[in-house]
Design a protein around this ligand. Structure first.
Ligand SMILES: Cc1cc2nc3c(=O)[nH]c(=O)nc-3n(C[C@H](O)[C@H](O)[C@H](O)COP(=O)(O)OP(=O)(O)OC[C@H]3O[C@@H](n4cnc5c(N)ncnc54)[C@H](O)[C@@H]3O)c2cc1C
Length: 363
C-alpha cells in the first residue's frame, strides 16, 4: 500500500487526501492549524463555469459532477442551486465560452429577470447572464464533511522540512517527529512554494493579500440568491464578485484585486489593503442597496496566483514530491484532488494539470 503524506488541510489537501483514501492509499494529512483556516477560510465561494481557457471550463464541468457525487456520498449540500449571475460587457464572451458545453447551460438575462433573481442590485440594464448550474459553494460544509470523513488520517502538526532520503523514501519533519513516506503532496497554500523550493521545484507564485466583506440583507429575507460578478464599471469598479452565505441572509462582497506581499511574506502596503476594504464598502453602498451599508465582518486571505492568469493552476512533480499552486481553486477542488492523487500514485501529472500546460491561462 502506497504511503502518502499530504501537507495542508485546506480544500485542496482535504480533496486530495479523500481521493487517495478512496483509492486505498495509506494517507496522513498534516495540518498546522485548523482545517480550512487558510485561503479556504470563510463562508461561500463562487462556483462558475465561464473561464477564458476552454480546458478549464471542461475541468470545472467535471468538478461540478464530482461535487454533486460528494453531496450524495457525504449527505450535505455543497453547491447551492441558485445560479451564478454576471453583468458587464464581458457577458457575450462568457456566453460564447460556454456555448460548446451543453452540461454548463447559460443564457442572457433581461433586466427584469436579473432584478428578480438579485433584488439586492441597484438599477442596471446592461448585459447580464445566468450560469444555471453555478452557485455558492458551501465552503464550511465541505471542509467539515471532508474533515470528518478523513478521521484519524488528519494529524495536527506543523511541517518544517521535507527531504528525499538515499533509500528513496521521503522524510517529513514536523513539530513533533520525523516520518517517512513513499510520496508527499504539498497543498500548503501560501507555504507550498517555500516547501517545494527546498526540494528543487520552483513555483512562480505571486503572493498577495485580499479582503472580502460581509453585509446583511436589508429585507432580512432568506430567499435563495445567486452568486454575482460585476465587470460593468457602472458602479465604479470593474472586477467585483459576491456570494451568499448559507441561508442567504448575508452576502459577501470582494474586489478582484489583491495587494502584493514583500519577499519576506509580509503585506507590502497595509494601507492598500485597508483601501481595498473601503472601496468594497463604497461599491456595496452604490451597487447593492439591498444590503445594509456597514459590513458585519471581514475575511482576509492570502492569494497565491500564477503568472499566466487569475484562474491559473499548475501541478509540479519530481521524484516522489508533488506540489500544486494557483488561484480560485475552490470550485475545482474535487477534480484537482483526483489529479493530485493520480500524480502521487502513478508519478504522472494528468495532461491539463501539468504546469507546462498553463491551465487557466488568460490569453
Ligand atoms: C476571499 C477569497 C475569495 C475567493 N473566492 C473564490 C471563488 O469565488 N471561487 C473559487 O473557486 N475560489 C475562490 N478563492 C480561492 C480559493 O479559496 C483558494 O484557491 C482555495 O481555498 C485554496 O485552497 P488550498 O487548500 O490550496 O489552500 P489553503 O486553504 O490555504 O490550505 C493550505 C493549508 O496548509 C496549511 N499549512 C501551511 N503550511 C503548513 C505547514 N508547514 N505544515 C502543515 N500545514 C501547513 C495551512 O494551515 C492551510 O490550512 C477565493 C479566495 C479568497 C481568499
Amino acid at each position: 500500500m502506497e504511503r502518502v503524506a499530504v501537507v495542508g488541510a485546506g480544500i485542496i489537501g482535504l480533496s486530495t487526501a479523500f481521493a487517495l483514501q478512496r483509492r486505498g492509499a495509506e494517507v496522513v494529512l498534516l495540518e498546522s492549524g485548523s482545517p480550512g483556516g487558510g485561503q479556504s477560510a470563510g463562508q461561500g465561494r463562487i462556483f462558475r463555469h465561464a473561464h477564458a481557457d476552454p480546458r478549464l471550463v471542461a475541468q470545472v464541468v467535471r468538478s461540478r459532477a464530482l461535487w454533486r457525487a460528494w453531496e450524495t456520498e457525504l449527505g450535505v449540500e455543497l453547491v447551492a442551486r441558485d445560479g451564478a449571475v454576471a453583468i458587464g460587457d464581458g457577458v457575450p464572451d462568457k456566453l460564447a465560452a460556454l456555448a460548446p458545453f451543453p452540461d454548463a447551460p447559460a443564457r442572457e438575462l433581461t433586466s427584469a429577470e436579473l432584478h428578480e433573481r438579485l433584488p439586492l442590485l441597484a438599477d442596471y440594464d446592461g448585459p447580464a447572464m445566468l450560469d444555471e448550474h453555478g452557485g455558492a459553494i458551501r465552503t464550511r460544509a465541505a471542509i467539515e464533511a471532508l474533515t470528518a470523513r478523513l478521521g484519524d488520517s488528519l494529524v495536527v502538526d506543523h511541517v518544517l522540512a521535507v527531504r528525499r532520503r538515499a533509500d528513496g523514501d521521503i522524510e517529513v519533519r514536523t513539530g513533533t517527529g520525523a516520518r517517512t513516506f513513499d510520496q508527499v503532496v504539498l497543498c500548503a497554500g501560501r507555504r507550498t512554494a517555500a516547501l517545494a523550493g527546498a526540494l528543487g521545484l520552483e513555483l512562480p507564485v505571486d503572493l498577495g493579500a485580499h479582503v472580502r466583506l460581509t453585509f446583511a440583507r436589508v429585507d432580512g429575507g432568506s430567499a435563495g440568491l445567486p452568486t454575482f460578478q460585476d465587470g460593468s464599471g457602472e458602479f465604479g469598479e470593474t472586477g467585483v464578485y459576491a456570494s451568499p452565505y448559507p441561508g442567504s441572509q448575508r452576502y459577501a462582497v470582494g474586489l478582484a484585486g489583491h495587494t502584493p506581499a514583500r519577499p519576506d511574506g509580509a503585506v507590502a502596503d497595509p494601507e492598500e489593503l485597508a483601501a481595498l476594504a473601503e472601496r468594497t464598502v463604497a461599491y456595496a453602498r452604490l451597487a447593492l442597496p439591498g444590503l445594509r451599508p456597514d459590513p458585519l465582518d471581514h475575511v482576509h486571505c492570502w492569494v497565491t496566483a500564477l503568472p499566466w492568469g487569475e484562474d491559473g493552476v499548475g501541478v509540479w512533480h519530481d521524484d516522489g514530491v508533488t506540489a500544486v499552486a494557483g488561484h480560485n481553486l475552490f470550485k475545482q477542488a474535487p477534480v484537482l484532488g483526483e489529479a493530485l492523487a493520480t500524480t502521487a500514485l502513478t508519478g504522472d501529472v494528468p495532461d491539463d494539470w501539468h504546469h507546462s500546460a498553463r491551465l487557466g491561462r488568460d490569453d
